[in-house]
Design a protein around this ligand. Structure first.
Ligand SMILES: Cc1cc2nc3c(=O)[nH]c(=O)nc-3n(C[C@H](O)[C@H](O)[C@H](O)COP(=O)(O)O)c2cc1C
Length: 332
């Protein structure tokens, strides 16, 4: 008998009944993890998408800008809608409202440190009230069909690193996954991320744990996995201007031609999705794409002052020509 051998790809982990193929994930990032950039990072290997966080109050008020932040493309499945809010009832009501819009998963943000979120009882402020977290997750997991997940920090400040309590509360009340940024709210983005609490959480709960914080290069991916045993790794700032990290390639291994080709593609997706406003929104990406190339300061200046798409493309073409000339000079 002739036996055909197949090597079916195994999922890296499951979010309840949803298989996740791959262990690297683009972090939710307001202003960055929008539809165009998620499409790009998925192509490079990000295993799932998280939207930018959206306000449950904005959703309930029918705010069109908020609604649009939950746009996604079916090719992105599995896609996670991330929400933030403070009122239990509003969180539950908004999640029930958006569930029919088609997310694979809904995630509650419990990590945002910025004052206008955490100062109003949302984001990381929820960490101060584990029993409220428990009530919210109990209701969400009972009232919704999709898996519910949470993204947390280690606690409010150094004196209240209650991550084990929060993680247990999440699991006991039906959360299907926990993503952990290894800093407290008080730290914001200062100091360095502490990965040992992620290992502690991983040993405490049975649901998948995603490690996050200061994964800056390919070697860090291996380090955080080894040090924490986490099921997946979430990459935020180091992925801006560097989707290659999801293919386990460092920024300096990417050629100028590859960068230029991706700038074109990303820019075109931005124009398709945002119209001419895409030019302005793309500036923060382009400066990151070119940050490590020769003559970056001048090119950056030109890119950020371009006022039309044609001007932008002309600047890119000039940079490509200059790069080709330097390359030829070197080869001669
Ligand atoms: C510009 C920016 C926007 C962010 N927006 C969100 C967000 O919408 N939701 C969220 O859970 N975390 C958000 N974060 C936090 C990141 O998801 C991540 O936890 C944090 O940046 C640490 O990971 P990193 O060191 O890989 O950047 C944001 C971070 C940055 C830098």
């Amino acid at each position: 008998m002739h036996v055909v051998k197949t090597t079916l790809r195994q999922p890296s982990f499951m979010v309840r009944d949803i298989p996740i193929y791959g262990d690297l994930i683009l972090s939710p990032m307001a202003g960055f993890s929008d539809l165009p950039y998620r499409l790009i990072t998925r192509d490079f290997g990000s295993a799932m998408g998280y939207t930018e966080f959206v306000s449950v109050d904005g959703l309930l008020q029918g705010n069109e800008k908020t609604r649009r932040m939950l746009d996604f493309d079916p090719s992105e499945y599995p896609i996670t809608f991330q929400v933030f809010g403070s009122s239990e009832d509003n969180i539950v009501e908004a999640c029930k409202m958006i569930e029919p819009w088609g997310p694979t998963i809904i995630d509650l943000n419990m990590g945002c440190s910025v004052a206008k979120v955490s100062g109003r009882g949302a984001g990381a402020a929820l960490l101060c009230e584990p029993s409220k977290i428990g009530r919210i997750f109990a209701r969400l997991s009972k009232e919704l069909a999709v898996p519910i997940t949470g993204k947390i920090r280690l606690g409010w400040d150094d004196k209240s690193r209650n991550y084990v309590t929060v993680a247990k509360t999440l699991e006991d009340n039906g959360a299907a996954l926990i993503a952990v940024h290894g800093r407290t709210k008080a730290q914001a983005y200062t100091g360095s991320a502490d990965w040992s609490p992620i290992a502690e959480i991983k040993q405490t709960v049975k649901i998948p744990v995603i490690g996050n914080g200061d994964v800056k290069c390919v070697a860090d991916i291996k380090r955080i996995k080894e040090q924490t045993g986490c099921d997946g790794v979430m990459i935020g700032r180091a992925a801006i201007g560097n989707p290659w990290i999801f293919s386990r390639k460092n920024r300096h291994q990417v050629t100028f031609e590859e960068k230029a080709a991706l700038i074109r593609r990303h820019f075109s997706l931005m124009l398709d999705y945002y119209g001419k406003y895409g030019l302005i929104l793309f500036r923060k990406h382009v400066v990151k794409y070119i940050s490590e190339i020769r003559g970056a300061a001048t090119i950056r200046e030109n890119f950020v002052t371009a006022s039309t798409a044609e001007e932008f493309i002309a600047i890119l073409e000039e940079a490509e020509a200059q790069n080709a000339a330097v390359y030829q000079l070197k080869a001669a």
